[in-house]
Design a protein around this ligand. Structure first.
Ligand code: SF4
Length: 326
């Protein structure tokens, strides 16, 4: 008997897998990369968790599918920000379900807990997720299974319902006790979380889709730098540090020109290709303002396809109106 687990890397999903592994069932941990979570940042952590409980790891890159099928038209709407959690969970189960055949697995599990999250982990929302998934009766939530209707794996006796749990609500006391009992180490991952739940990042997405169509390559550019929308609509992204600069430099998006001051040091920037002359000149001045530059001097900025002169603004305060903020 095998099971496919939706595996975020968080403690709840690790414990859910452990409860099933302990019933002698092989678990394939599927981590789904939507582009907005922390798959890449936490890869070592994710591997380590799987090793500790003896699950095989599979990472699915579903960034394109997530943009095409979920992010902009969720059947059950959004949470507080741009997070379409109910549809997202349904989507994850739907794609994880496609692996049932590949692994000759019989059912799916996740670490969801009733009442833990306001949008997607209410009991009714969890039932909606099942409907969206196409695998309604094959989904088990081991941490709160006793509070849910019986699933097929329980009815059929593939797993013992008595060994599943009835955890409910937001406190994590029982999860922490369980982690201690099984001797799980380093289970609290550094940082992480889904950017779609963050107000400022959600605002960047809203602004982006007001001005164009989002593709996979745009996801990374949204994650790095300061984002400005200039008066005629061109987007300017300014790296804040070396990490941002590296991320922006690595973009494969064809929507942007890479820009940098020629005769002084300054941040790495991306600037939208089809900008008006007015926005181009403003962008040059802004880029010079964020460089190590002097107020009364003229600098050249290289925009790959053209070079423009720019001059530092007296203060950065007057640029605030261009910032895309939450
Ligand atoms: S927070 Fe919501 S949108 Fe983000 S990964 Fe989780 S379920 Fe999906």
């Amino acid at each position: 008997m095998r099971a496919i687990a939706l595996f975020s890397g968080g403690l709840d999903s690790v414990l859910a897998m452990k409860l099933i592994v302990d019933q002698g069932i092989e678990v394939i941990a599927v981590n789904i990369n939507t582009g907005f979570g922390s798959t890449n940042d936490r890869l070592e952590h994710i591997k380590n968790m799987c090793e500790q409980i003896g699950a095989k790891l599979e990472i699915l890159d579903l960034r394109k599918e997530f943009l095409d099928e979920v992010l902009f038209d969720p059947k059950y709407g959004y949470g507080k920000n741009f997070n379409p959690c109910i549809d997202c969970h349904g989507f994850m189960f739907r794609y994880a379900g496609k692996l049932l055949k590949k692994y000759d697995a019989s059912f799916m599990i996740s670490g969801e807990v009733v009442g833990q999250r306001p949008m997607s982990q209410r009991k009714d929302a969890m039932m909606q997720v099942q409907k969206l998934s196409d695998y309604d009766e094959l989904i088990v939530r081991p941490l709160c299974a006793k509070l849910m209707p019986k699933s097929k794996p329980e009815i059929e006796g593939w797993i013992d319902r008595e060994k599943l749990l009835d955890i409910n609500g937001r406190t994590r006391t029982r999860q922490l006790e369980l982690a201690k009992e099984i001797g799980l180490e380093n289970f609290e991952a550094p940082a992480g979380g889904c950017l779609l739940t963050e107000i400022q990042f959600s605002q960047r997405i809203r602004d982006f889709v007001e001005h164009g169509h989002m593709e996979v390559d745009d996801i990374n550019t949204l994650k790095a730098g300061r984002h400005l929308r200039l008066p005629d609509g061109a987007k300017l992204i300014i790296g804040r540090n070396e990490e941002d600069n590296d991320k922006l430099f690595a973009t494969k998006s064809l929507k942007y020109l890479k820009a940098r001051i020629i005769d002084a040091s300054g941040p790495f920037c991306l600037f939208e290709k089809n900008a008006s002359q007015k926005d181009k000149e403003l962008a040059a001045n802004i880029i010079v303002t964020y460089g190590k530059t002097e107020p009364d001097k003229i600098y050249e900025v290289n925009f790959q396809e053209y070079i423009l002169e720019g001059q530092k603004f007296p203060t950065k305060n007057e640029l605030q109106k261009y910032f895309i903020l939450g």
